[in-house]
Design a protein around this ligand. Structure first.
Ligand SMILES: Nc1ncnc2c1ncn2[C@@H]1O[C@H](COP(=O)(O)OP(=O)(O)OP(=O)(O)O)[C@@H](O)[C@H]1O
Ligand SMILES: [Mg+2]
Length: 659
C-alpha cells in the first residue's frame, strides 16, 4: 500500500508526527473513526432521551394528577413461598451460569486513556513502526479508503518475532494512538476443558470485538501467543508459506570451553526442523472457528437478522417488482493483531490475504536501534554522568549485539541492582559491565579446584584465547575466566566487533580453530587430553557440518538441507551430514586438518599461552583489554626464559567469583 493511498483525504484530517518517523500519523479524532464515534455518541444520547423520557413523563403525570407512585409500598409475600423460590432461583442460576460462563470471551478491554504507551515510546524498530503507522492510517480512514477508493481495509496484522522484541508493546501503543478500545486476549485463555467451549469463546471474543467497534467507530483486538490456538491442522504443510521468518537470533558472543552452540544465524541457517503437526479433530475445529470468525466482521447484528427475517416473510406476499430490500450489514472497523514467536507453525489458511493480510517481523534491533533504546532507557534510569558519554553508549550498543529491547531494559535494571549493592543510587559503567557478564555468561560460583585442575583449565582457556587472538583479530575477546559459571569450568567469551549477517569461509574456519585451541594446548603442555574439550568438539563439529552440508564451503556443493524429513527421520542439518558416510568423513577430515594447523600455531606460540595461563591462575578472570594487553606484552617479550614454569605446586583454594 503506497503512502499516497494511505493519505487520501488528508486535507480533512489533521496529523501528528510520531517521533523518529517520516510518515505522519492521522489524528484519530479527525479521521473516519472519530467521526463515526461522534455520530454514534449523538445517536446514543437521542436513544437515552427517548428511553428516559416516556417513564419520566408518566411519573410526572401521576404526580400532577395527585396520584404519585409509592415505590416503598411493595406487595407483601409469604416467606414460606419466598425462601424456597429464592433457593430454586439460585440453584438454577448456579447450574445455568456454569454453562453460560464457559463460553464467555476471556478478553480484557482497555480504554485508550488506560494505556500509557505511545508510539513515540517504541524505539529502535523503525521499519516495523512505519508499516504499523500505515496500517493505522488505513484503519482510521477506513471509510475513505473503502468507499472512495474501493480498497479493502487491512483487517489483520500478524506480529512475529523473538520474545521481548516489543510486539505487545507496539500493539498497545497502536490502540492508544487510534483512540479505540483495545481487546486483549491471550491464546491460551481460549482453551477450555469442555468440548466445544473453546470455539464458543472464540465466537464470543469476535462478537465482543464487533460490538465494541460498532459502539466506538472502531476497535483493535490483540491475541497474544496465537500459536496456542492456531497451529497448522493435520495435513497442511506450513512450509507452503514462504518467507515466514524464524526467530534464530541469539547472543553474538561465542563461548569456548564449556558453553557451546552455533554462532548467531547458524543455529537454523540450514532449514528449520519441521515437526509434522497433527491435531485432534477438536483442536482442528478451533482453527476452523478462527478462520470463520476472521471473516465475520461484516456480519449483520441481531436486530438486522430479525429485520431481514421479517422482510423475507413479507416478500413472500409481494410481487417481484414490489420486493423489499434487506437491511445492509454495516462494515465493522476492526483491526485484529495477533502475536507469536512461531509464525512458521501457524495454519497457512490464517496467513492468506483477507485474514492476516500483513505479517510484520520484529527483528532484533541493529546497532543504531540499540543505541536509540539505550538512550531511551537511560533517560529514566539513574546513572552517573560517565554513562552520558556518547562513546560509552556507542560501545555499549556495539557489545549488546543479539539483545532484544527487553534484554537491554533488563540489563540496566540489573546494573541498578549492582549499584544498590554498592550502596549508591546511580549505576556506573562497571555496574553495567558486571550485569552484562552475568547476563551473558552466568553468575560465578566458588569452587575449589585442585592445583592440577586449575593449571589444566587455565592452559585450556589460554589456548582458546591465544588462537583467537592469532587467527581472528577481528573478534572481540571479552572474558577469559577459570571461574565456574553454569556448567563451564572456565571459558573464553568472544564476539563480533560489529553486527554481522554473513561469515566467510576463513571466519568459519577460524571459529573451528578457536574451538580446537583448548585441546591442542592441553596436549602440548600436559601431553594428554581431558574431558574438558567435549563441548568444544561439539561446537566445532556443528560449524564444520554447516560449512560442508549447507554452505558449500568444503569440497562439495551439495546442500544437505534439500533432504526432506520423513516420519522416521527428523534431523537437523548437522544430523543429516553426520548420518551420511561421505559427509561424516568430510567433517572428520576438516576437523583433523584444522587441529594440525592449531597445534602448529600453539607450538610456536607457547609463550603466549603460558603468559595467559599464569595471569589466569593469578587473577582468575581477565576482561577485554586485559587479555589482549597480556598477549601483546608476551609477544613483544618473545619466547624465552621469561616464560614462567608453573610446574611447582600451588595450594588449592576456592576461586572467588568477582560478581
Ligand atoms: N521497541 C521498544 N521500545 C521500547 N521498549 C520496548 C521495545 N520493545 C520492548 N520494549 C520493552 O520490553 C517490554 C516487553 O516487550 P513486549 O511485551 O512487547 O515483548 P513481546 O515481543 O510481546 O514478547 P513475547 O513474544 O514474549 O510476548 C515492554 O514492556 C517494554 O518495556
Ligand atoms: Mg507479547
Amino acid at each position: 500500500m503506497s503512502k499516497e493511498h494511505a493519505e487520501v483525504g488528508a486535507a480533512r484530517t489533521g496529523s501528528i508526527e510520531p517521533e523518529g518517523l517520516d510518515l505522519p500519523m492521522r489524528d484519530a479524532n479527525n479521521a473516519d473513526v472519530g467521526a463515526s464515534r461522534e455520530r454514534l455518541r449523538r445517536k446514543r444520547l437521542r436513544g437515552l432521551a427517548v428511553v428516559l423520557g416516556a417513564p419520566t413523563a408518566f411519573l410526572w403525570w401521576r404526580i400532577l394528577s395527585g396520584d404519585p407512585i409509592n415505590f416503598f409500598q411493595l406487595p407483601s409475600i409469604d416467606p414460606l413461598i419466598l425462601v424456597p423460590s429464592l433457593f430454586f432461583v439460585l440453584l438454577a442460576v448456579v447450574l445455568l451460569g456454569q454453562f453460560a460462563f464457559t463460553g464467555r470471551s476471556p478478553h480484557v478491554t482497555y480504554r485508550p486513556e488506560q494505556i500509557e504507551t505511545r508510539l513515540a515510546d517504541v524505539k529502535g524498530i523503525d521499519a516495523v513502526k512505519e508499516d504499523v503507522v500505515r496500517s493505522l492510517n488505513l484503519f482510521l480512514a477506513h471509510k475513505t479508503f473503502a468507499s472512495e477508493m474501493g480498497g479493502t481495509p487491512r483487517r489483520g496484522l500478524l506480529f512475529e518475532g523473538a520474545p521481548g522484541t516489543g510486539k505487545t508493546y507496539l500493539a498497545k501503543a497502536m490502540a492508544n494512538e487510534a483512540g479505540v478500545p483495545f481487546l486483549f486476549v491471550s491464546g491460551t485463555s481460549f482453551q477450555s476443558m469442555f468440548y466445544g467451549a473453546t470455539a464458543k469463546k472464540i465466537r464470543s471474543y469476535f462478537k465482543a470485538l464487533r460490538k465494541a467497534a460498532r459502539q466506538e467507530g472502531g476497535a483493535i483486538g490483540f491475541i497474544e501467543e496465537i500459536d496456542a490456538i492456531a497451529m497448522a491442522r493435520g495435513g497442511l504443510s506450513t512450509t507452503a508459506m514462504p518467507g515466514v521468518a524464524r526467530a534464530t537470533h541469539g547472543m553474538s558472543t561465542l563461548n569456548c570451553g564449556g558453553l557451546t552452540g552455533l554462532p548467531a544465524g547458524y543455529a537454523h541457517a540450514a532449514g528449520s526442523i519441521t515437526h509434522p503437526t497433527t491435531m485432534s479433530e477438536g483442536v482442528g475445529g478451533v482453527v476452523n472457528e478462527l478462520l470463520v470468525q476472521m471473516q465475520s466482521f461484516d456480519e449483520p447484528t441481531g436486530m438486522q437478522k430479525v429485520q431481514s427475517k421479517m422482510v423475507d416473510r413479507l416478500n413472500l406476499y409481494l410481487p417481484p417488482h414490489r420486493q423489499l430490500r434487506r437491511p445492509q450489514p454495516p462494515s465493522t472497523n476492526v483491526l485484529l493483531i495477533a502475536a507469536t514467536n512461531r509464525a512458521d507453525n501457524l495454519d497457512p489458511a490464517l496467513l492468506r490475504p483477507g485474514r492476516f493480510d500483513r505479517r510484520l517481523t520484529f527483528e532484533l534491533p541493529a546497532k543504531a536501534g540499540r543505541r536509540t533504546l539505550i538512550d531511551h532507557f537511560l533517560a529514566t534510569k539513574a546513572h552517573v554522568p560517565e554513562l552520558d558519554d556518547d562513546e560509552r553508549r556507542d560501545a555499549l550498543a556495539g557489545v549488546t549485539q543479539g539483545y532484544t529491547p527487553v534484554m537491554i531494559e533488563h540489563l540496566f535494571d540489573e546494573a541498578l541492582v549492582n549499584a544498590v549493592r554498592r550502596g549508591v543510587k546511580a549505576m556506573c559503567w562497571a555496574d553495567v559491565e558486571k550485569a552484562r557478564l552475568v547476563e551473558e555468561v552466568g553468575m560465578g560460583q566458588p569452587v575449589a579446584y585442585t592445583d592440577h585442575e586449575k593449571r589444566l583449565i587455565a592452559t585450556h582457556e589460554a589456548g582458546h584465547a591465544t588462537v583467537a587472538w592469532l587467527v581472528a583479530p577481528e573478534r572481540r575477546l571479552e572474558v577469559l575466566t577459570i571461574i565456574k559459571r553454569r556448567e563451564a569450568l572456565g571459558m573464553l567469551a568472544h564476539g563480533d566487533r560489529d553486527d554481522v549477517y554473513t561469515r566467510s569461509r576463513a571466519e568459519m574456519t577460524a571459529l573451528i580453530q578457536i574451538a580446537m585451541g583448548g585441546q591442542c594446548a592441553e596436549e602440548i603442555f600436559f601431553g594428554d587430553v581431558s574431558t574438558g574439550p567435549g563441548g568444544d568438539l561439539l561446537y566445532a563439529t556443528n560449524v564444520a557440518a554447516e560449512m560442508i552440508g549447507s554452505c558449500g564451503m568444503v569440497d562439495t556443493l551439495v546442500s544437505y538441507a534439500a533432504i526432506q524429513n520423513s516420519a522416521f527421520s527428523d534431523t537437523n542439518i548437522v544430523g543429516r551430514v553426520l548420518t551420511d558416510a561421505e559427509g561424516r568423513a568430510r567433517v572428520e577430515e576438516l576437523l583433523q586438518k584444522q587441529k594440525v594447523v592449531v597445534a602448529g600455531l600453539l607450538e610456536s606460540n607457547q609463550h603466549l599461552v603460558a603468559a595467559l595461563r599464569d595471569a589466569l591462575i593469578d587473577r582468575h578472570e581477565l576482561i577485554g583489554s586485559e587479555i589482549t594487553d597480556i598477549l601483546t606484552t608476551a609477544q613483544l617479550a618473545g619466547p624465552g626464559p621469561d616464560v614462567i614454569d608453573l610446574r611447582h605446586n600451588l595450594s588449592a583454594r576456592p576461586l572467588d567469583p568477582p560478581v
